[in-house]
Design a protein around this ligand. Sequence first.
Ligand code: C2E
Ligand code: CA
Ligand code: CA
Ligand code: CA
Length: 275
Amino acid sequence: VKEKGKGHFRFYRSDMNEAFPNYILMESHLRKAIDMNEFVMHYQPQVHLKTGKIKTFEALLRWQNRKFGNVPPGQFIPLAEETGLIIPIGEWVIHSVCQQLANWREKGHQDIRIAVNISPKQFLQSNLPEVIQQALIENQLPASSLEIEITEGAMEDTRAALSMLQRLKELGVIISVDDFGTGYSSLNYLKSFPIDILKIDQSFVREIQINEKDAAITKTIIHLAHNLGMEVIAEGVEEKDQVQFLVSVECQKAQGYYFSRPVTAEEIEQKVLYA
Ligand code: C2E
Ligand code: CA
Ligand code: CA
Ligand code: CA
């Protein structure tokens, strides 16, 4: 067991009660999950609203453990962050996604891009650009086939974030801000950070048809993105009238259960690539 630091202890103390799973036991399983082949990536299509075309997917990690069953990322990602396991897990995700991209390119799908979630701790690892570059080279991929999703929380240390984003941008990967508008609430970084895409959080999209404020916020984010030369994606789209609203305010792309849940690579091939 590496570095049993203070952080661990605090985590267990504050989060461990009857309602929560046994995080100490879960950590020991999580530690072995890569070697045990317990991870699999699922992919959720992002739909271009004007054309209906699907060229981009968000990669979402799934953990199937023999003791805990199907553990939701909302549970094991925070545990992985807290224990530092997010570093090897995050590298596994990057390699797995790059292998999938190479596989689809070999099958003739050259113009596909996959977005990978990068957690704040992973984002602050100074070798992240090298890890990504290595995976791109190994799989002979153009950097533009990979997208990096970071949250506003990862950008709180603005100097570190700016220099990391510049290094990633130099590599050529696409950069998007996940859950836009829910975190670190300064618009200042939009000015100086090399951001390509804003993802409108599902909390704004959910009541878009009935809540005027959510509708106004969504419209404003779309205008903001466009005026800054950025692309925009609405997340968590579940209903047809949400799609209609998004089309009417010229949102470029949307992602959500209305179109598809996150599914396996095989299902993407069957239902999207060869549909
Ligand atoms: P996120 O990045 O904001 O991902 C969107 C979440 O919303 C996903 O949950 C997705 O399955 C779900 N979702 C998609 N469409 C809809 C919809 O129409 N309605 C609703 N209600 N939900 C929808 P998931 O897969 O459980 O992931 C939860 C969070 O775990 C992610 O939030 C992300 O923060 C984290 N995560 C997942 N995979 C990874 C990963 O590979 N690396 C890292 N660092 N974090 C990950
Ligand atoms: Ca995301
Ligand atoms: Ca999100
Ligand atoms: Ca989220």
